[in-house]
Design a protein around this ligand. Sequence first.
Ligand SMILES: *Cc1c(COP(=O)(O)O)cnc(C)c1O
Length: 634
Amino acid sequence: MSWTIDDADKTYGVSKWGAGHFTINESGQLAVVPKREIPEQTIVIQDVIDEMLSQGVRFPVVIRFHDILRSQVKTINRTFNNIIDEADYEGHFYGVYPVKVNQMREVVEEIVEAGHRYNFGLEAGSKAELMSVLAYNTNKKALTVLNGYKDEDYLRLALLGRRLGRKIVVVVEKFSELVKLIELSKETGVEPIIGIRSRMTVKGRGKWESSGGEKAKFGLTISEIINAVELLKENKLLDCLKLFHFHIGSQITDIRAIKEAIAEGARIYCKLFQYGVNLEYFDVGGGLGVDYDGTASTNDSSINYKLDEYVADIVYGLKQVCDLEDVPHPNIITESGRALTAHHSCVITNIIGEIDTTSVNFDTKKITGESHLVSNIREVEEDLDKYENWQEVYNDAVKLKEDSLNAFKLGILSLVERAKIETIYWRILKKVAEIVSNKEFTFEQETELEEYLSGQYLCNFSIFQSAADSWAIDQILPVVPIDRLGQQPSKRCSLVDITCDSDGKMDKFIDYDEGIKKTIPVHQLDGNPYYLGIFLTGAYQDVMGDMHNLFGRLNEVHVYAHEGDPKGFYIEEVIRGSSAADVLSTMQYNPQYMAFTVKKAIDNQISRGLINPRDGVKLVDFYEDCLKSYTYLK
Ligand SMILES: *Cc1c(COP(=O)(O)O)cnc(C)c1O
């Protein structure tokens, strides 16, 4: 059976996690589908790489597909509008994008622009985010929702926004914020729009489930909410309370948690309305998940529902409770960040080498007087074909390797003998692995052996900068070769990055037959460049990265689809990643001073005759060039 593109798709799950935005073309290249409605229009990632290389942009690189971002904004708005129509729901949808998920200006601008016709707004969770939102969310019909803990300046900025005529909602997360807000409103004479975050008993499902529940960090209890209502009434500001909010956690894996949250939240909303609060908005927070591993399950990196199920559960769930309670249907707000941004960006890394300790070429020829341990393991190898039980071969080899290590520690085995034993040992294990992979044999340790023998591909990137959640919370991100998908991958590898941290590795991948594996199938390096893409990095990963080992921000290329173009796209912008001088400056170094000091030291050697002046000048230039250069490997 020969390998086909379908096999590649099954192996890497592209159509599973790709959400209609990724595909493998007939030449075995990974391609982006910028507009889901037009699946035949694609952008081949290798073409983007070629163009980027011709512009002198080096790896690793973030590629942003702005059309995907626009498409996601459109999709969520249309889905809500359609289901609202279909359900005869009387409220409107006013989504907001929480900028903390990806605060890059270009991302925020694109979302604001694509969302303008839907009056799609923004959400901020800190003072700095609020300042960006004040500058960018200028649509007076769109909402600005303010979450997070707030001090006086935060609240004053919100009131400033009100004076600009913006629909800014201050969501009270903590009772004392309300007291302060009432005070400031009196002082300035500006009426706020107030929201209240409710502490729900229902929890999300998945990694972030502690964002909900009684012990959550944010929100008011029911008794606090009633006290808040009374306080507002006393201060004649009850009409400012317009929004009911909850957020039960990000990446909700199980649709049942959403249903439960709507049921509970809708009931609180209605009871508050009946209590005399003229609420207008029902804000369900974030939590709409992304199927990173493509299994459509309740795995932490997956979700067991689709967007339209999520939307229908909100709209119909809310309608049902409101109708029963005879309360007008509120406008609906979601604060989805992950689902909007995850797909639009990816990280492309070049493989700069392979770490394989099992295939070292070493002469294992017999010599007189060698240790019997060497002779014994050699015999196992020579008699390999005579064995009937592969388990026995494996056990013998493992035992002999252990014995030889002990012998070495006792000083009765030489370095050369140890090297011979190890070389033969790996050869035996590989042979066993090859034979047992033929399904006629059952062999207990088959998967372990495969992983034990697998090598590592050394990737030019830092996991701490580009895939923080993969390191921190074992998030699975799809990894796929950019090209050669028409060829069957010939081996399995785990991936390591270029930081000097042994945690700097990726060794959790989804296998659609066997579940989670430590390795992924890759092609043999053949002297040509080999690129791997890490996908769905647009949410959180893009902006949470740190400066471990002083690897800074990546080069970025921003790509737009363009039908008239022969390759179907153009690079709208290139943003250079951090230079060594940039990252050193953030750590309080002064690169100019550093260059000066090194130059002085070189001058000193020149004057002592230890460096020739021409060489000295070159060394100074070289040091200065390196300061200006990209932090990653050339
Ligand atoms: C983080 C956060 C969001 C975004 O959640 P996603 O799951 O990424 O959509 C929304 N609302 C609040 C209050 C948040 O803290």
